[in-house]
Design a protein around this ligand. Structure first.
Ligand SMILES: Nc1ncnc2c1ncn2[C@@H]1O[C@H](COP(=O)(O)OP(=O)(O)OP(=O)(O)O)[C@@H](O)[C@H]1O
Ligand SMILES: [Mg+2]
Length: 309
């Protein structure tokens, strides 16, 4: 019996989100935001919090700057996620400044403490800590080198594996990483990322590519169109529930949480996608990636209303 359900490992950020500008500034000009929020960020944080909200025992593994310990501890505690897997660095926490205009968002990012991830993931006790979970989710562009050193021991320890590399053009365009896509149980791109990987737009093209390249199963996130999965030669298309979208930040990470939750329950691909799509959709009903992550009863209710009525 494993100690934990899921270990989530990856980049962690402090997000600074500025909204409500009258116009984009010219060089040398100052513009004033109407609102500002500071929130924990990064796919690892979002997916870990999503899984914990669904009642899973989660370990979050990554690095932050020591000055942010109290803030992270307090905020993560609201999701029942602990700090035991987080290493403190004498560096600043990875930082993203997000500037939202009406139709577009611009990001400025400094990796900070996340630069220590490859070293952290080479430490045997860290691998052992990950291996104490039934499932390990990577929310980072996992290098080929790290995949080669980490995935076999995790497999040997009986862990199942998932990977969301996020918007990482260099990783997605490097053919060496196809082997990594094959070596995880669930590779979780969105439509843009899938296109970078297979060189062609569209769900059909990606599904054909995944089949040709021997991925064990295919999952593709398609924003408001929902998601597609192919398993055992059968494809499943699931549309998300219709919701009032406030902010889709983190929808993909919440989707991952729902899908991993279903995976741990050994759910069939169609119903698993439903669970994931509901999590992605509900996450989009409030500002930020964390505020509207569902609890299990909420997920169950919306699922019955959406797919069983
Ligand atoms: N407008 C929407 N309405 C309903 N559901 C949505 C909407 N946008 C996203 N979702 C749900 O969230 C899932 C993931 O969204 P998306 O495909 O945008 O992932 P992503 O681009 O990885 O997101 P992220 O911004 O977190 O990286 C979708 O498959 C869908 O189920
Ligand atoms: Mg994503």
């Amino acid at each position: 019996m494993k100690l934990r359900d899921v270990a989530v490992v990856g980049e962690i950020f402090a997000d600074h989100v500025f909204t409500g500008f009258s116009h984009w500034p010219r060089p040398g000009e100052e513009v004033i935001a109407r609102s500002y929020v500071r929130e924990l960020g990064g796919g690892s944080v979002n997916t870990a919090c999503g899984l914990s909200r669904l009642g899973r025992r989660v370990r979050l593994v990554g690095l932050i700057g020591d000055a942010d310990f109290d803030w992270f501890e307090r905020r993560l505690a609201e999701f029942d996620v602990g700090m035991d897997g987080i290493r403190l660095e004498q560096e600043v926490t990875g930082t993203t400044v997000s500037v939202s205009m009406r139709d577009d968002r611009t990001f400025f990012t400094y990796p900070g403490a996340n630069r220590g991830l490859p070293d952290l993931l080479a430490v045997p006790s860290v691998i052992a800590d990950l291996a104490a979970a039934r499932h390990v989710h990577f929310a980072m562009p996992l290098s080929r080198e790290l995949a080669s050193s980490m995935l076999p021991p995790l497999r040997a320890a009986g862990c199942t594996l998932s990977l969301d590399v996020g918007h990482s053009p260099d990783w997605l365009r490097d053919p060496a990483n196809v082997a990594t896509c094959r070596e995880v149980d669930l590779f979780l791109p969105n439509a843009t990322e899938a296109e970078m990987l297979c060189g062609q737009a569209g769900a059909e093209a990606y599904m054909a590519w995944a089949l040709e390249n021997g991925l064990p199963r295919t999952v593709l996130k398609r924003g408001e169109q929902g998601a597609v999965a192919v398993a055992g030669g059968v494809s499943h298309h699931v549309a998300p529930p219709v919701i009032e979208v406030v902010d889709t930040t983190g929808a993909g990470d919440a989707f991952n949480a729902g899908l991993i939750d279903a995976w741990l329950d050994d759910e069939a691909p169609g119903p698993a996608l439903e669970r994931a799509c509901i999590c992605g959709a509900l996450c989009s009903t409030a500002a930020g990636a964390l505020a509207a992550l569902p609890h299990s009863p909420q997920l169950r209710t919306l699922r019955e209303q959406t797919y069983r009525s």
